[in-house]
Write a protein that binds this ligand. Structure first.
Ligand code: GLA
Ligand code: ZN
Length: 681
């Protein structure tokens, strides 16, 4: 069945290309030159107004939209669209002076001075009222403006405020969640260390000089911060929804930023977007960096069920905040930009258009450097991306619906990070990545999802280290397997419930019956220490010894079949990998953290047994991936070479390379950092 999402900006049905544009930092003489340069660079979408509050409302209640009117008109005249921001990411000095409550308090309960950005209280009625007022004015003024295409809400929501208003709101949130103090005391296990609360007023947010050891409290505080930020976001968008009901709304996220559970926002966003700043050319290989980026891209594609998303920020050259701000090597800018498109982005946006002359970001990469003209290496790299995107109209609105889902659960990460033991470094992110990497290298698409999503669409579900099982997850996994799905989970899964209380029925808690094992203990290994495991003859064709590290669960097979056993230490002979047949499906448990050879051999054989296809039929060279976008009929395969060497890739017949317009032979040659976009006819 053919399905294509509508372009984000119907007036500009192309890949969007552009980025954060701050004409408010520059005199009007520069603006026409900006427009000329945007044309040259193939830019058609600019994010404006992000930190422009002081310019829009120079004094309380006195507004100046004239400059923005001019910019919006110029963008429209230039056939570009505006991604128009609400300015709440930073507030004007007059506001902090007149209403100190808008300023954030730190965990030490000291109120910040005016300064920086993202330094505001999400609860403050004054800040909410001021934000709603300016947002309403923006919407009223530009609702019908031909340039306006997408709302960009605030900027990178993050952090938390510990002011009295926020603590009071937290207590209300807790009352709504638990109903009674008795229920809260039970959920947080407050009998430990005499933490029992006898009055709601005694409940305080976590603090470095106060409470930090009640895990249920820490977890609920993080949930509250997410909900309060979301509530603030809903407040921001209310006037926009009212006045511009047809315009898409987004807010830019920060990868796997741990401070907010982004999945909670999904229902209130029309399109998801994120800001991506990988450390290319660093100590690890670019291919490894690319695997990490791809995994995050696959979270953002999965968030709205495959709807194209926006790469809202990336740097055209370097950042100014990484420990070492290395330049992108020739080829990397196009490759990295098309990597986002390969995973479902319909935009390539930058921070920033014109490099600011002063203040803290004056050395951050930009399309237009301080020298001010187009004759720079970076500008031509950007123009090259513009030209490439202009050839990808057919890809706009296409998607990918993988058979494989991998769980990356924010709340699980929170709970695990807080737990003391079995290793202080749990390595959750790395564990998920270890399960993602084989698919990336094989060119098998993966959705990276939250644990509380619907699994029914997938054939293979992988849930590494799902330490915390939120309500309904075990039941849905059971139903998924019974209906014929294949589940893989690992050590350190099914340990605590959503309040961070340990299950008392033996690990892996409510998954015990599904997995058919009992996990009695878990061993932790020092850095560099390993164990080995040996597969049995009928285990996915695996052979030889495989290496385990970090964490080794000691398990008993109850109804499960043993597929591999430990070879070393006092648990030699104990089960290391098991499978349990339930209904029409299977549930695997991998007891130790395994080496990459095991991950590839096991997961790719499993995928092959399930008939899950690779995007390209052959084996891809190391460091090369292939990713799919499709409208259900036509296929677009992005082949991306993250090595510095030229690579030959077998692609079979019937492809055209959209970037060159040429028909391909059955073997594709990619330069180092080369990329091709193959289209089926
Ligand atoms: C973030 C912000 C931008 C800018 C960039 C710099 O993503 O949203 O305003 O500060 O970082 O990399
Ligand atoms: Zn506050």
């Amino acid at each position: 069945m053919s399905h294509r999402y509508l372009p984000l900006a119907p007036r500009c049905p192309h890949m969007l290309h552009g980025g954060d544009y701050n004409p408010d930092q520059w005199p009007p003489e520069v603006w026409d030159e900006d427009m000329r340069l945007m044309n040259l660079a193939g830019c058609n979408a600019m994010s404006v107004g992000i930190f422009a509050w002081a310019r829009l409302e120079p004094a309380e209640g006195q507004y100046d939209f004239g400059w923005l009117d001019t910019i919006m008109d110029k963008l429209a005249d230039n056939n570009a669209v505006a991604v128009l921001a609400t300015p709440s990411g930073a507030r004007p000095a007059w506001m902090s002076a007149a209403y100190p409550e808008v300023l954030r308090c730190g965990p030490n309960r000291v109120r910040n001075l005016h300064g920086a950005r993202h330094n505001h209280c999400y609860t403050s009625p004054v800040y909410r009222q001021k934000t709603a007022a300016i947002n309403r004015l923006l919407a009223e003024r530009y609702a019908k403006h031909p340039a306006l295409a997408v709302w960009h809400i605030s900027n990178e929501y993050g952090g938390a405020c510990y002011c009295p208003l926020c603590e009071a709101a937290f207590r209300e949130w807790l009352k709504a969640r638990y109903g009674s103090l008795d229920a809260l005391n039970a959920a947080w296990w407050t009998s430990f260390w005499a933490h029992t609360y006898t009055d709601w007023s005694q409940v305080e947010a976590p603090a470095p000089h106060g409470e930090g050891s009640v895990h249920g409290l820490n977890l609920d505080w993080k949930r509250f911060v997410t909900d309060q930020t979301l509530d603030f976001y809903r407040h921001e968008i209310a006037p926009l929804r009212e006045l511009t009901p047809d315009l898409p709304i987004t807010t830019n996220f920060m990868g796997t930023y741990p401070g907010l559970n982004y999945w909670k926002f999904v229902g209130d966003l029309d399109v998801v977007s994120w800001d991506n700043y990988p450390s290319w050319h660093s100590g690890q290989s670019d291919a490894e960096t690319a695997v990490g980026v791809s995994m995050v891209n696959d979270i953002y594609r999965a968030m709205k069920g495959g709807r194209p998303w926006m790469l809202m920020e990336s740097t055209p050259s370097m950042t100014n905040w990484q420990q070492v701000c290395k330049l992108k090597r020739p080829g990397m800018h196009l490759l990295a930009s098309l990597q986002a498109v390969a995973h479902g982005s319909d935009t390539v946006q930058y921070f920033q258009w014109r490099k600011s002359r002063g203040s803290s970001e004056k050395f951050h990469g930009a399309v237009v450097d301080h020298v001010g003209h187009e004759h720079t290496r970076v500008f031509s790299d950007v123009a090259q991306v513009g030209a490439a995107l202009a050839r990808l109209d057919d890809v706009v609105g296409t998607t990918c619906l993988p058979d494989v889902a991998l769980i990356y659960d924010w709340e699980n990460e929170w709970a695990m990070a807080d737990a003391q033991g079995p290793r202080q470094q749990k390595g959750y992110h790395g564990a998920v990545l270890d399960h993602y990497r084989p698919f990336w290298q094989a060119g098998i698409p993966v959705d990276v999802i939250d644990s509380v999503q619907d699994y029914s669409r997938y054939r293979l579900l992988i849930a590494p280290m799902l330490y915390m099982l939120r309500p309904g997850v075990a039941e849905r996994m059971q139903a998924f397997v019974e209906a014929g799905g294949t589940l893989v989970t690992t050590y350190h899964s099914g340990i605590v419930n959503e309040s961070d209380l340990c299950f008392l029925t033996g690990w892996p808690g409510p998954l015990r019956g599904l997995l058919g094992i009992w996990n009695e203990e878990i061993d932790a290994l020092y850095e560099g220490q390993t164990q080995t495991i040996a597969p049995s003859n009928d285990f996915c064709g695996l052979s030889g010894s495989y290496q385990a590290r970090d964490l080794c669960a000691l398990i008993w097979a109850e109804t499960a079949q043993v597929l591999a056993t430990y070879e070393t230490d006092f648990y030699a002979g104990n089960p290391a990998v098991t499978v349990n047949h339930i209904g029409a499906g299977r549930a695997y448990y991998v007891a130790p953290r395994m080496d990459q050879r095991f991950q590839s051999d096991f997961l790719l054989q499993l995928a092959a047994d399930l008939g899950i296809e690779r995007v390209l039929p052959g084996q891809l060279p190391d460091g090369v991936t292939a990713q799919l976008r499709t409208d259900g009929e036509r296929e677009f395969v992005f082949v991306l070479n993250f090595t510095t060497e030229a690579q030959r890739v077998e692609i079979g017949e019937g492809w055209t390379n959209l970037l060159t317009g040429e028909a391909c032979s059955t073997a594709l040659r990619l330069d180092g950092y080369g990329v091709a976009v193959l289209a089926s006819s």
